[in-house]
Ligand binder design. Structure first.
Ligand code: NAD
Length: 524
């Protein structure tokens, strides 16, 4: 899975060990990478490797139920948790940015975010456009590892997407991987194609080369009408957001020579970018922050109304979190796409009465090209993930797939994140910044028998703004694996239900009752 994260088809910049999300890395440096691999190859079934921000620091005697790897990435004591101090430590070779699934070795390429993005746009369609995006235009930016899912998620909902991206190689990559339909020649061409497709109610995604902080204000000035506006540039790290007036080819030198000036200019540019987003909202468009911290950066850059539009979690996703639903995913270690096809079939049988799951799986198997090892994302809730995991383990035992199946999830899950600008924005009880939950989640997964468990800081929204945890478990077909999977895949989403019960969400109460979860201080 470490190597899969760094597969050239999977990682955005594998030569620098960067997997996705700005500078999210799989290992601190190449020496650490080689040492991690050598350690894993020799590790006994009762030993645990410790990884500190991408560097293997020790192997301890534990027991068979303990995780084989424990990972802590990018964590800093709160008073020191800012980008300046992080970058100082990173330059000294003492830490690395782990993002969410980069440093925890369960990234599966752009598919990993596709279903969440698809469901988000489906929720937008439901809320504003009669259940479909047909006849609408979505304007967004960023065609990186995660942002690259946006165009396909919009077209899967029947709509037109214009995606602004400043790096021509990212546009080419998304077209080659089937996530983006066409690359426009210029902005006029993009607008013309979008209008034509909107009029015909055809689905179409269009990539256009440009700087979002220049293009969006220009579109406002031109009076362009768009229906939905969001953004997935790497705004969480102002050094990874191209400032206005800077040529893409000049950017690396500017970053190296004058990082502070570059950050200041990026924040000012984000202020103009977000100002244009708010103007689109004033003009009637549906506008939301897509989990990249652009509102807080724009506010720092001097734009007062930055928080006038909501984040996507409170706007569309929280009801799913209340039911313990989240981005469950699995990977075929055989490398054979037929193994994922077999698991898709098994899921379609297991969840034949669940319309969301079956509708998603049918579209995904038709439209998603694999990157690296064949894999599948499918959001499942508490009471569902353990059933899927046990079925996969049974398939391994019976030889219905050729090798073990790795089962994991994004850190962006129901009970595993404290992130007040994203997953925990606007919690009902005001508990947005309480970070005990992701730590409890990690400890629960260690105690339940996960194969590797990680605690990270700063993923998604940047240093100082989030704490989150992940678990990955291997279904190797053994009885022991079945016992561990039953516990991990029950308890992991259960922490999400508990977190939302505690915050006072009635939907979470229902899920807790259905799951029979004992909650000591919960008044029925
Ligand atoms: P990435 O670094 O792979 O891609 C970011 C892209 O933005 C790059 O291709 C870059 O060229 C482009 N870009 C930068 N400045 C630009 C500008 N001014 N105009 C146009 N394009 C510009 O990152 P990613 O993995 O795609 O993630 C994007 C953001 O979304 C990150 O902030 C990440 O933390 C966040 N994220 C969101 C979710 C979610 O669920 N919503 C999940 C994971 C990550």
């Amino acid at each position: 899975m470490l190597d899969n994260n760094l597969d050239p088809d999977v990682a955005e910049h594998p030569e620098e060990l960067v997997v996705y999300g700005g500078t999210g890395k799989a290992a601190r440096d190449w020496r650490s990478y080689r040492a991690i691999k050598a350690s894993l190859e020799d590790l006994e079934a009762d030993e645990t490797l410790l990884v500190q921000s991408g560097r293997p620091v020790g192997i301890l005697r534990t027991h068979e139920w303990a995780p084989r790897v424990l990972i802590a990435n990018s964590n800093l004591v709160p008073d020191w948790a800012n980008w300046d101090e992080f970058r100082r430590l990173e330059a000294a070779g003492l830490t690395m940015y782990g993002q969410m699934t980069a440093g925890s070795w369960i990234y599966i390429g752009t598919q990993g975010i596709l279903q969440g993005t698809y469901e988000t746009f489906a929720a937008v369609a439901e809320k504003r456009f009669g259940g479909t995006l047909a006849g609408t235009v979505t304007l967004t930016a960023g065609l990186g590892g995660m942002g690259g899912a946006q165009p396909l998620a919009v077209t899967m909902n029947g709509g037109v997407a214009i995606v602004v991206e400043c790096d021509p190689t990212r546009i080419e990559r998304r077209v080659a991987q089937g996530y983006l339909d066409v690359a426009a020649e210029d902005l006029d061409d993009a607008l013309w194609q979008a209008e034509d497709a909107r009029a015909k109610r055809q689905a179409l995604s269009i990539g256009v080369l440009g700087n979002a902080s220049e293009v969006l204000p220009y579109l406002i000035a031109r009076g362009a009408t768009v229906d939905i506006v969001t953004d997935q540039t790497s705004a969480h790290d102002p050094l990874a957001y191209l400032p206005r007036g800077v040529e893409f080819s000049d950017w690396p030198a500017l970053r190296a020579d004058d990082p502070h000036g570059c950050i200041r200019r990026a924040r000012e540019s984000m202020a103009r970018h977000v100002e244009a987003m708010v103007t689109f909202q004033d003009n009637g468009a549906e506008v939301f922050d897509y989990g990249n911290s652009i509102r807080v950066e724009a506010k720092t850059g001097g734009y007062e109304r930055a928080f006038d539009f909501p984040g996507f979690v409170p706007a569309y996703i929280r009801p799913l979190f209340c039911a313990g639903k989240g981005p469950f995913r699995w990977v075929a270690l055989s490398g054979d796409p037929r193994d994922i096809a077999a698991t898709d079939d098994a899921m379609l049988t297991l969840f034949k009465d669940n319309d969301t799951v079956t509708r998603w799986l049918r579209q995904a198997r038709d439209k998603v090209q694999f990157q690296g090892l064949p894999a599948r994302i499918c959001w499942l809730g508490a009471g569902e993930r353990d059933r899927a995991g046990l079925e996969f383990n049974r398939m391994v035992t019976l030889g219905k797939v050729k090798a073990p199946i790795v089962i994991g999830r994004d850190h962006l899950d129901c009970g595993s994140v404290a992130s007040p600008y994203r997953e925990t924005e606007g919690m009902a009880d005001g508990s947005d910044a309480i970070a005990d939950w992701p730590l409890l989640n990690a400890m629960v997964n260690v105690a339940s028998g996960a194969s590797w468990v990680s605690i990270h800081h700063g993923g998604g929204v940047g240093i100082g703004r989030s704490i989150h945890a992940g678990q990955v478990s291997v279904a190797d077909g053994t009885v022991l694996a079945a016992e561990k999977l039953a516990r991990v895949l029950t308890n992991d989403p259960a922490t999400g239900v508990l977190r939302h019960v505690d915050a006072g969400y009635p939907e979470a109460d229902d899920a807790a009752t259905t799951q029979g979860l004992p909650i000591p201080m919960h008044a029925p």
